[in-house]
Ligand binder design. Structure first.
Ligand code: FAD
Ligand code: DLZ
Ligand code: SF4
Length: 512
């Protein structure tokens, strides 16, 4: 039996299940840079450069360990341009009879893989991705029969199952499961944010940067300066740096946003976790060690671990539980096309301009910018979920559908009708004003709702609430919002809705 072991671009882990029983004398490992994966959305230049450089370095590491490697570069003569094409070529040229793979991160790719056995007449063994801490089957089991798939309950089970942040008697460290209430400090201008590390550019990275500059010149985003880690060793340095220098204040400023500070105290680890350069359990354990040794407070460490052990595993579970139907949901019937300023950043709304600039320059913006600035605007303005999802999938270096789609459709757009978040994450400009310093330099005024210079978020917010009265009128946690709306005079309500309609017109005409 001649075996081919396929490794996808986001499966760069030495412990990958597809490699677990490799026979170094007989098996061949296939890693392929292919046009189809590089173009199914117009990925940010930095995302492609990061992934190709990390793939090439990973291939080199496997070869050093004695693996027979078939590495196909994007510009190799004969590159068929697709994963299916590259499997076909390997089957034909190497006489492959069996393919071993690890389950991919996207439904689209799983469907593709499922077709290979019949198409090529070979055995196809698709193994569980045990880099995740909750298997797809275990999540399904957890979800079965539950009316409410709240992340918080799932997270507690994950803490217990993996013994993280527990006292010896099994109770949560510090007596509580969740310290979120301590993690919502408003930003302080001039706060000292430690510098980020960068890495010497290897010859591999240099040649990938040249390739991307030439082949993807028209894609979104700037390519240089390029600071991403592209090897496991470099990613471990990033992790150490975060835990030692940023984690202690991660909690306090988790929701804050500041001009010119795209990263604040966030870890920037999602890119490495999602490509397999880091593993979630080692990241959580290192953070827990920092708490146990007194180097970081519990609110920071618990908040950080919840993102990885809780949210990250949970959104993956939701994705595989609900696909393929999930991608087509549009519970709020949102139909507006994506405005051009999501790409250009050319808008008088300083918060959006700032978030888009961070995204363009770093292929990154932190969670609150994704959720409460670009996501919140998309929700309030009724932007079409597939268009918004495509944008998020393209522009962030950590974006793969398993994690992007539930966050965009479920969390930001409420497009799944409340499966993930019972209440929509809708907020007016006052929230952004409280949590950032963006409004002070903005053409618009966050305190105004209907005047000429009123913040566009404000009228859109009330219009959103009124537009979806049927759905949200009786939501217990939205009662105070409805009381405010009901207290307004009919004239005031009309004026707000007229302002919202004007705002949407200006958005459509690129004049916002
Ligand atoms: P930190 O703030 O330092 O958090 C630590 C880690 O927790 C992250 O590295 C990440 O692995 C994990 N994490 C945190 N929040 C989430 C979450 N909601 N879902 C899954 N993991 C989480 N994250 C992605 O990895 N890929 C995406 O494509 C993606 N798309 C998003 C789209 C929208 C609309 C929203 C609202 C969020 C999205 N997120 C996505 C989640 C989150 O914004 C990013 O994981 C985070 O900003 C990454 O930056 P960081 O590593 O500095 O995170
Ligand atoms: C994102 C991406 C890109 C840009 N290029 C490749 C590639 O050339 N070869 C590859 O194997 N994978 C690539 N990927 C990652 C895949 O798109 C990813 O494996 C699927 O989206 C499943 O998560
Ligand atoms: Fe954004 Fe409104 Fe503040 Fe301007 S005033 S930065 S549009 S929230």
């Amino acid at each position: 039996m001649t075996t081919l072991r396929l490794i996808l671009g986001d499966q760069l882990s030495g412990s990958l299940s597809a490699l677990s029983d490799i026979d170094l004398d007989c098996d061949t490992v296939l890693i392929a840079e292919v046009r189809e994966e590089a173009t199914y959305v117009r990925h940010h230049k930095k995302k492609i450069a990061f992934l190709f450089a990390a793939m090439r370095h990973f291939g080199e590491r496997l070869a050093e360990r004695g693996c027979r490697l078939r590495y196909v570069r994007l510009d190799d003569a004969g590159n068929s341009g697709s994963l299916t094409g590259e499997v076909a070529r390997a089957v034909k040229e190497l006489g492959i009879t069996r393919l071993v793979a690890t389950e991919p991160g996207e439904y689209r790719v799983l469907e593709m893989m499922r077709g290979w056995s019949g198409r090529f007449g070979i055995d196809v063994d698709i193994r569980e991705d045990d880099r995740f801490l909750c298997t797809i089957g275990a999540f399904r089991f957890w979800a079965e029969g539950r009316r409410d798939l709240r992340m918080e309950y799932f997270y507690r089970e994950m803490r217990r199952k993996h013994g993280i942040l527990l006292e010896p008697d099994g109770k949560p460290a510090g007596g509580r499961w969740n310290f979120d209430a301590e993690n919502r400090k408003a930003p302080i201008a001039g706060i000292a944010v430690p510098l980020r590390i960068s890495h010497a550019k290897s010859p591999i990275l240099r040649s990938v940067l040249a390739l991307v500059a030439e082949r993807f010149a028209d894609n979104f985003g700037t390519l240089e300066p390029f600071h991403f880690a592209v090897t496991r060793r470099q990613a471990l340095k990033e992790l150490r740096h975060f835990v030692d220098h940023l984690l202690p204040r991660f909690g306090d400023w988790q929701d804050a946003m500041l001009k010119g500070e795209p990263y604040l105290f966030h870890s920037l680890l999602s890119t490495y976790l999602n490509a397999g350069l880091l593993l979630p359990l080692e990241v959580c354990r290192m953070a827990e060690d920092a708490y146990r040794s007194g180097a970081a407070p519990l609110n920071a460490v618990e908040g950080f671990i919840r993102q990885i052990l809780g949210w990250r595993e949970y959104v993956r579970g939701i994705y595989w539980l609900k696909m393929p139907d999930y991608a087509g949901l549009n519970a709020l019937d949102a139909q507006e096309p994506l405005p051009w300023f999501y790409w250009s950043g050319e808008t008088g709304m300083a918060c959006i301009a700032e978030a888009v600039a961070h995204t363009r320059d770093h292929a990154y913006s932190h969670h609150i910018q994704r959720l409460m600035v670009t996501g919140n605007f998309a929700l309030l303005a009724g932007l079409s979920p597939p268009a918004v999802s495509e944008w998020y999938l393209a522009v962030y270096s950590d974006a793969y559908e398993w994690v992007e789609l539930p966050n965009t459709l479920g969390m930001a757009l409420h497009g799944d009708g409340g499966l993930m978040a019972s209440k929509p994450y809708a907020a007016s400009g006052k929230y952004i004003d409280r949590m950032s310093d963006f409004c002070s330099g903005c053409r618009y005024d966050p305190q105004e709702t209907t005047g000429e210079t009123a913040c566009p978020f404000n009228a859109l917010y009330w219009d959103f609430i009124a537009r979806h009265a049927d759905r949200f009128r009786n939501h217990p946690r939205m009662a105070p919002i409805w009381r405010n709306w009901d207290r307004m005079s009919a004239d005031r309500r009309d004026a707000i809705r007229l302002k919202a309609a004007n705002t949407l017109d200006r958005m459509r005409n690129n004049a916002l």
